[in-house]
Design a protein around this ligand. Structure first.
Ligand code: PAF
Length: 276
């Protein structure tokens, strides 16, 4: 695997790479990322990954400084997964001057769910992803469903700006006990890690109830929030939404649904979702 730290070097490699599938990441790679790399490899001549911890998408009180940076271990995993090129710029390459132009996603898409609790997060995500797509110019870009709202926002950005790239979703990868893999799981204490799968169990319970015909979403959501709170969590939301735009389903709405949740366990904020 070749490691590129400059835009020029990455672009020269890309030009010779044929059909390219791109997987942007912030590093600290786990099996969820590696599954995306393998999926990418099946769809293209070469896989390009990126590792860049993007300051723009972190709030002032969030974990930018302590976000795990594990480049050496990440490179080993990427190499083993058959990734051809890694773009690993530092901030002086990505933001040589403070970024003054930003992508503002649709307010309806970012004033809800994660956007309600993380002001400016999706603006930072969309801005860096547009920049990364312009640098790499891939044929395909892959994003995990674990960040369901991110996937929705970025798919809409690509469509509305007619960016010449196909967005492919990747399935969430889970630990055997159901916990969705995430770099932030590393912040959990042993006791919190043992408790953490409850979030997925609550999502599963809601999905199963809806599939069995229960359409009283508010009751199901309220029960899940209470159950989490009773076990020491501080839930931000547990909510059934339409998959396409993440708005609440109207009465009698037959649109495909997803149940999404975010909750704090100790100081760690976990998110997860499950399509219904
Ligand atoms: O999902 C992530 O890891 C990040 O939000 C992304 C898409 C790499 C942008 O920084």
């Amino acid at each position: 695997m070749q490691i590129h730290t400059t835009i020029e070097s990455l672009r020269a490699a890309r030009a010779a790479a044929g059909k390219v599938a791109f997987v942007p990441t912030m590093g600290n790679l786990h099996e969820g990322h590696i599954t995306l790399m393998r999926q990418a490899g099946e769809r293209a001549d070469a896989v390009i990954a990126s590792i860049f911890v993007n300051r723009l998408q972190f709030g002032p009180r969030e974990d930018f400084d302590k976000y795990p940076r594990t480049l050496a271990a990440d490179c080993e995993r990427l190499e083993a997964a058959g990734v051809a090129h890694l773009f690993a710029p530092d901030e002086t390459v990505m933001y040589p001057t403070p970024q003054q132009y930003h992508v503002d996603p649709a307010p309806a898409h970012v004033s809800i769910l994660e956007g309600e609790f993380r002001a400016g997060h999706f603006r930072g995500v969309a801005t860096v992803v547009l920049k990364l797509l312009n640098i790499v110019q891939p044929d395909i870009a892959l994003f995990g469903k674990k960040d369901y709202q991110q996937l929705m926002v970025l798919s809409n950005m690509v469509r509305e700006f007619a960016l010449p790239v196909e967005v492919l979703p990747g399935e969430t990868v889970r630990a055997p006990d159901g916990l969705a893999l995430s770099s932030r799981n590393g912040y959990l204490s042993a006791a919190e890690r043992a408790e953490a799968p409850r979030l997925y169990r609550q999502l599963t319970a809601i999905r199963d109830a809806v599939l069995a015909g229960d359409r009283d979403f508010l009751k199901l959501e309220t029960m899940a929030v209470a159950e989490l709170a009773a076990h020491g969590w501080r839930p931000d939301y547990v909510t059934v939404r339409r998959r396409a735009d993440l708005q609440p389903p109207a009465h009698g709405d037959a649109a495909p649904l997803v149940v999404l949740a975010a909750a704090k366990l100790g100081t760690t904020r976990l998110i997860d979702n499950l399509e219904i």
